[in-house]
Every structure is written in structure tokens, then in C-alpha cells.
Ligand binder design. Sequence first.
Ligand code: MTE
Ligand code: MO
Length: 352
Amino acid sequence: MLPQPSDRTARRLPPGQQLIRGSKWPVVGESRPSDGDDVWTLEVVGCVQRPLQLSLAQVARLGTERQTIDLHCVTRWSRRDMQFEGVPLSRLLELAGIAADARFVSFVARSARRHSTSVTLADALRWQPLLALKFEDQPLPAVHGGPLRVVFPGKYFYKSLKWLERIELLAEDRLGYWEATAGYHNHADPWREERYLAADWSKQEVARLLAGLDIREGDLRGLSAGNRTLAGLQAHGARLRDADFCQADLRDADFSRANLSNARFVRANLSRANFRDADLDGADFRGADLRGADLRAASLFGTTWARVGDEGIVSELPTVDAATRWDPASWDELLDEQRQALEALLAGLRPA
Ligand SMILES: Nc1nc2c(c(=O)[nH]1)N[C@H]1C(S)=C(S)[C@@H](COP(=O)(O)O)O[C@H]1N2
Ligand SMILES: [Mo]
């Protein structure tokens, strides 16, 4: 059975997720609220009986709760047992009174792009999200959404809006920022792996595009290109989240600036491929041939380079050589066991 709202933390990890250990908590998306010195207020508007505008002190006086919640980011990292303190959304909804036509809840941020995300009212009532003011007994840091953020259990973390300033109840859904612009799945259930929607291309169109070996700047998220011969592919700036390139021949491919988050390159031939400035968060490079590949300035958060099994047995390592280029600084973004596997692999290359 899938975890229920009463299970804020689960002993299992959702499929395709890996645990971050230690104190790492990456900042994903925007990193600060918009400027302005006017006091922070929280509005509750839309399909409500009594619109509200509250100061943070008034929000806190509604009564806070502590909750321990597991976070699951769509780019495949999870962190367990995160201790938040805040006001349950339900308190605000009770105070404002849910109107009969309300079906959705949109959370809107005080941020440069007025970032937003939405959920069904049914999910909001079922999962009881917290409007968090504190993390581990300290005021929530601004990079992580302080002074006030949504923490939504049971959904990928992109439903947990940072810098909350407005809750709007809606009769019709209004897609959030990632959901509308980047194909993030609107339902976002980590247990069902509702990560991204595939782009809207027919099989014939995809075949035609790939045959031309030129998909620069194209939106091909979810592309299925396993086992294909795509040497020299031009994919600069392409949007290739969740793409499958397992065992593909991608010698000399240009993926510079491409978004490859969660892409799979297992046993692909990536010799001399260019990944400069690419977003590789959550991508899987097990067993790939990376001789002469360029990975400088690529974002490597949550990437997989080897299988690390029980008792630390490392297998399915990629092939690298002295011409493979990396920023060792970017390895700080890796899980410890992945970083150690890569370091051992590269140490083997250096002349003794
Ligand atoms: N206002 C705002 N909220 C946001 C985002 C954002 O860019 N802006 N990113 C979302 C995404 S995709 C994730 S994974 C989490 C990341 O929260 P963190 O930076 O505290 O880890 O915040 C979510 N909430
Ligand atoms: Mo995310």
C-alpha cells in the first residue's frame, strides 16, 4: 500500500530516489525572495467566505505544530526526517471559510517571478501541508523559503512553495511555474513517479528530428533514444529531462547548456561529448564511456556514476581517461558514496 497522509515519514524510499546523508540540503530553483522592506503578510483570497490578510505574528498565533517529514525532490534526492514547525494550512482555511465552488489551492510566492504552484483542494485537505516558520527549532533560512514556506508531504518537493505570501482558492486550476513552463507533472506523487510529462511529439517527428542529428534548443523531454546511433548529435540548449539515452552511441555529441536532469546514459558511448554548462541533476552515467568528455561547469547534483552495493562494493563504473575534463569542485554536489567512487576511479588514472 502506498504511504498515507498519516505517514509523514516512511521507512521506504519512493522509486528512483536516493538518500542524501549528512547536513546537505540543496537550494533548488529561486534562492531568495524579492526585495522590499514592507512587512511580510499572508493573504488568503479567492473562493473563500472571509478573505484574510495576516501578519506573520498573527499566523503564528493560530497555533503551530511540529512535524517530521521526508522530502523527495524530483531530481532524485530525498532527505528524511526533516523537522519543521508551522501552522497547518487547515487552520487558515477554517478561518477563511472554504466557499462551495473552491476546487484548487494555488500558493503564490513573494519572489522575482511570482513563483506559484497548485494542488487540488482535496489533496490539500488530505495531506495537511504545513506552513513552516521554523526548521530544526530555528527560523527557516531565507534560501529555503523563510520566513514562511509550504511544506507539502506526499508530493515531490516542487509543490512546497518558498516565500509564501498568498493562498488563493480557485474554482479552476491555474498551473504553477514549473508545471506550466517545464512540463513538471501537476500531480507530483513520488510513489507513482509522477515527475514530468513527456513532450508532445509523435514517434515519426522524433525519428525525423533525430535523423537530422540536430535538436538544438528543442523541447524533447522524456525522449526515448536508447540504443540509437547518434554520433555527433547537436543538442546545445535542448530540454531533455528524463530522456533515455541508455547504450546510445553519442560520440562527439554536443549537450552544452542542455537540460538533462534525470536523463539516463547507462553504458552510452559519450567519448568526447560536450556537457559544458549542462544541467545533469539526477542523471545516470553508470558504465558510460566518458573518455575525452567535457563536464566542466555542469551541475552534478544527485548524479549516479557507479553502482555502490552492500558493503561498499562498487561496480558499473564509467570509463574515463586523462582527457576527461571535470571541475572537482562540482563533486561536492554528489552523494558521498558516488563522490568516493569517482575519486577512486580518477586516482587510478594518475601516474603513481
Ligand atoms: N518560490 C519558489 N518556491 C519553490 C521553488 C522556486 O523556484 N521558487 N522551487 C521549488 C522546487 S523545484 C524545489 S525542489 C523546492 C526546493 O526547496 P529548497 O531550495 O529549500 O531545497 O522548492 C520549491 N519551491
Ligand atoms: Mo524541484
